[in-house]
Ligand binder design. Structure first.
Ligand code: G1P
Length: 289
């Protein structure tokens, strides 16, 4: 079984639901307390053993590349002023040279198309996909939990979570069959179903472990709902001839691409923050009185 070393992070989206904040700042760079949302996703992936990150970017996303670069003047000034804690933090967060690749999605043709843009860098290895809109707060990182499941069952593994039935039309939804612990066998999946015909209330949460053959399928995948090339449609085809499992992870996800989801994420991470957590908790209490 090949190790999951590479991860694809699609970051080309406009972030229209949190405009105008995202007019000049990529939505992935919006701060959750003192770290960009994207940094939490990188931390999650690193914990799972990811060594190489492939960003599928678009126009106006230069801040992401800059964020992962060294900032010599800043580092010099922090060292001169004895601010070693933040200096050490920046050093830990800066990736090793050569561990990141950037590829452009030249036109917004959907998530499936974004993943396909990374095919040359993925080559013939299984890989992870993390949608950076979605932050997952958990004891053990969500992708680590999935890698644990993958080591047991192999094939393809996608994260799922139960949601209120009236929400299913916003997500990819699976058709679950047999369950063993957190691992669920499936007979299908569908993107943004009508609640009346949805196969379940188990939504796909934006974390995937995929075999490289998905790229061949995406190569000729027709546009699906919303006239976009959907990763879910390609996965449903891959399921016909490869092992495919859903994994019900332990943790709570936040959709930072929406106003309320972003706000909730800030509250959730602030209340557990090592420096401001205690004050944040009493502040939240004051607001709820
Ligand atoms: C994408 C996927 C969908 C998944 C969702 C998770 O949808 O297509 O299957 O459930 O992310 O956030 P999007 O949010 O891009 O519409």
């Amino acid at each position: 079984m090949k190790k999951i070393r590479k991860a694809v992070l699609p970051v080309a989206g406009f972030g229209t639901r949190v405009l105008p904040a995202t007019k000049t700042i990529p939505k992935e760079m919006l701060p959750i307390v003192d770290r960009p949302a994207l940094q939490y996703v990188i931390d999650e992936a690193r914990e799972a053993g990811i060594e190489h990150f492939i960003f599928v970017t678009g126009r106006n996303k230069g801040a992401i590349e800059d964020y992962f670069d060294r900032a010599y003047e800043l580092e010099y000034s922090l060292r001169e002023n004895g601010k070693t804690d933040i200096y050490d933090q920046l050093s830990r967060d800066t990736p090793k040279p050569g561990s990141m690749s950037f590829v452009r999605q030249q036109s917004a043709k959907g998530l499936g198309h974004a993943i396909w843009c990374a095919r040359e860098i993925i080559g013939s290895e299984p890989f992870a996909v993390l949608l950076p809109d979605v932050l997952i707060k958990s004891k053990k990182s969500c992708l680590s939990q999935m890698v644990g499941a993958y080591k047991k069952v192999g094939g393809n593994v996608i994260a799922v979570d139960a949601i209120p039935h009236d929400q299913v039309s916003k997500y990819g939804v699976i058709n679950p069959q047999k369950r063993e612990g957190n691992i669920i066998q499936m007979s299908g999946m569908v993107e943004k179903p009508n609640p009346n015909s949805a196969p379940s209330n188990l939504k796909i949460t934006g974390r995937y472990i995929l075999q490289p053959e998905i790229m061949n399928i995406l190569e000729n995948q027709a546009a699906g709902i919303n006239n976009e090339i959907q990763l879910t449609d390609a996965m449903a085809r891959l399921m016909q001839n490869q092992k495919f499992y859903a994994y019900e992870y332990e943790g709570k996800d936040y959709d930072c691409g929406s106003k309320l989801g972003y706000f909730e994420a800030v509250l959730a991470y602030a209340k557990d923050h090592s420096e401001i957590g205690e004050q944040a908790r009493s502040m939240i209490k004051r607001f709820s009185q």
